[in-house]
Design a protein around this ligand. Structure first.
Ligand SMILES: NC(=O)c1ccc[n+]([C@@H]2O[C@H](COP(=O)([O-])OP(=O)(O)OC[C@H]3O[C@@H](n4cnc5c(N)ncnc54)[C@H](OP(=O)(O)O)[C@@H]3O)[C@@H](O)[C@H]2O)c1
Length: 234
């Protein structure tokens, strides 16, 4: 069997970087992507120095042409992709933002990265997975998007993660029975640029459930939402 290939978005730092390391450690060839080429190349080189099969490819998930270029590279040059980890994300809300008063532009910019990026990538890469009859799609979501616990605060971020979870459900349904499993996960509160210095979890701990979902066996779950490898409410 050919070596499985994983693609991770927003992987120059934080949880995405650790996801690349963990996927490569279990034997996948990893395409580490980022919008900043210098940082992405540096991150991939760091993992390659650890002896891991990690390569860099530029990707800005806000830019349709960037996603198209990646699609052409994977379809024409690489010929396969087995795992897609939609990890890139932004948190743009001000601490005082409420749904009633926040600028709509904040929602638009947040959705561009956190929802439309994953949507475009799924539309571009899942057809390759369908050809292979194998695929694992992991959406790095957040408990902030849980409708079961939806009060207020950082409304654009919350709404974007709820929408991302909705995408998980629809994609999982549309590809059911074809060897492709699509799931959402929450990494917990993780010490990264986004999570801040007070977060209790390491990026490696945050990445663990991604690793699990990205390497699920054929009869693994699909269309679910997980934290710590356990289902959580939507
Ligand atoms: N940290 C937490 O506590 C926590 C909790 C729940 C969920 N999450 C989710 O975990 C994911 C990773 O976040 P993190 O904590 O690792 O935060 P982070 O360190 O801020 O990393 C975010 C990553 O997303 C990338 N990114 C942003 N916009 C992008 C774009 N247009 N194209 C490509 N990459 C882009 C960033 O790239 P640049 O370096 O170029 O900005 C960076 O690599 C996010 O989806 C986040 O919502 C995090």
């Amino acid at each position: 069997m050919e070596q499985r290939i994983a693609l991770v978005t927003g992987a120059n730092r934080g949880i995405g970087f650790e996801v690349c390391r963990q996927l490569a450690q279990v034997g996948l060839a990893v395409i580490l992507t980022s919008r900043n080429e210098t940082e992405g190349k540096q991150a991939a080189a760091e993992l390659a120095q650890e002896g891991l099969p990690v390569h860099y490819y530029p990707l800005d998930v806000n830019e349709p042409t960037s996603i198209e270029q990646l699609g052409t590279y994977l379809h024409a040059d690489v010929g396969r992709v087995d795992v897609l980890v939609n990890n890139a994300g932004v948190f743009l809300d001000e601490p005082t933002d409420q749904a009633l008063t926040a600028r709509v532009e904040t929602f638009e910019r947040t959705f561009l990265t956190n929802v439309f990026g994953p949507l475009r990538l799924a539309q571009t890469l899942i057809p390759l997975m369908q050809r292979q009859k194998y695929g694992r799609v992991v959406h790095v979501s957040s408990g902030a998007g849980q409708l079961s616990d939806m009060l207020s605060g950082y409304p654009a971020y919350r709404m974007s993660k709820t929408a991302l979870n909705s995408l998980t459900r629809m994609l999982a349904y549309e590809v059911r029975g074809t060897g492709i499993l699509v799931n959402s996960m929450c990494p917990g509160w993780v010490k990264t640029a986004m999570g801040g210095p007070d977060a209790p979890r390491t990026p490696a701990e945050g990445a663990d459930t991604v690793l699990w979902l990205a390497t699920l066996p054929e009869d693994g779950p699909t269309g679910g939402f997980f934290r710590n490898r356990e289902p959580i409410p939507w």
